[in-house]
Ligand binder design. Sequence first.
Ligand code: FAD
Length: 340
Amino acid sequence: MTKYVILGSGVIGLYTAYLLLEQGFSSKDIRIVAKHVPGDLSHDYASPYAGATVNFVKSTDPDIKSYYKYTYQKLGEIRKKFGASSCGVDLTTNTESWIEMPKKEQLEFFKSYNNNWRELKAEEMPKGAKFGLSYQTFVINSPLFIRKLFDFVTSEGIKVDKREVKHISEIFDSNTEIVFNCSGLGASKLGGVEDSKCHPTRAQVTVIRAPHLEGVRLHWNESANYMIKRPFSGDEVILGGFYQPKNYNRDVNGYETKDILKRVTECFPILKEGQSIKDLDILREVSAFRPGREGGVRIEKESISGKTVVHNYGAEGTGFVQGLGMARHAIQLAIRSSKL
Ligand SMILES: Cc1cc2nc3c(=O)[nH]c(=O)nc-3n(C[C@H](O)[C@H](O)[C@H](O)COP(=O)(O)OP(=O)(O)OC[C@H]3O[C@@H](n4cnc5c(N)ncnc54)[C@H](O)[C@@H]3O)c2cc1C
């Protein structure tokens, strides 16, 4: 019998719970309903798989830009509140490069909230790069981070109902005023929503142990090439990757691992002197789904069976890095008195 029900315990649902508490809403009035919670692993639960680093923003959409900027600022506050190693949010140095020069508007926006950057010299960039930046930013240990948010909101008194919901109306009761639908990819099959625009955007990554590597490197050419040192993970480094919209294959493909290793060793110096690819300490190869959606994220208010539902899903590859802004927008739509 709660006023606010959050469907989903991925990073979007947990950001929503966190911001509601921060706004002073009583934990007694909030409930989370979710099939998966931190600790679970599934292709239908994207959050534990994320990289995740807060990198350059290509979008010129004003809403998306505001989501990124707000999330960047809030992540700093969260890190301070819980402590870096406790929540898994660390400061790092990203080097990021492109084969095309970013637009002036994109660069100006980035510099408006991140003033700790410099342009890369040609010799610091992979072959073919036209432009690159080195900057200080956040990198997130995603499983540790969602665990911390979950433990925090539940320790504050939010109750969790761990179950699968077939139809959204199942979670309405006489006291329910607002449902935040943060069901990620689940929105495609959830009764009452069944959003046909949702699709998985498949990822495959290779995780190695590499104490000699530091920071984050990203190079965007016809592929997404990245190397992310995951903080507080015992020197795990995530090598990627693939971005495959509407690919429903749950398997790990050996030929894709080979392709990742070839690309990242060409782009970045990940090997120690005298090493070859076969000397890398491979811990695991992973395939996972990002919650993609044609047209991008859906943050929208709707009335279903007389109840207010605020949808907030479709973050694809950006739930961690723009999700606090998305959650703020959803709360503002739902609760006019919100001071966010
Ligand atoms: C390899 C990889 C790398 C990534 N890297 C980054 C990155 O660097 N930066 C970044 O920001 N993002 C990254 N992402 C994307 C990020 O993981 C997602 O954007 C984010 O996790 C989406 O969060 P979500 O809460 O919307 O969905 P999810 O984490 O999928 O959570 C959905 C929740 O809804 C619940 N649910 C769904 N349907 C139902 C139902 N019918 N009944 C009950 N519960 C239901 C699920 O159980 C779950 O709790 C990456 C993703 C992958 C796979």
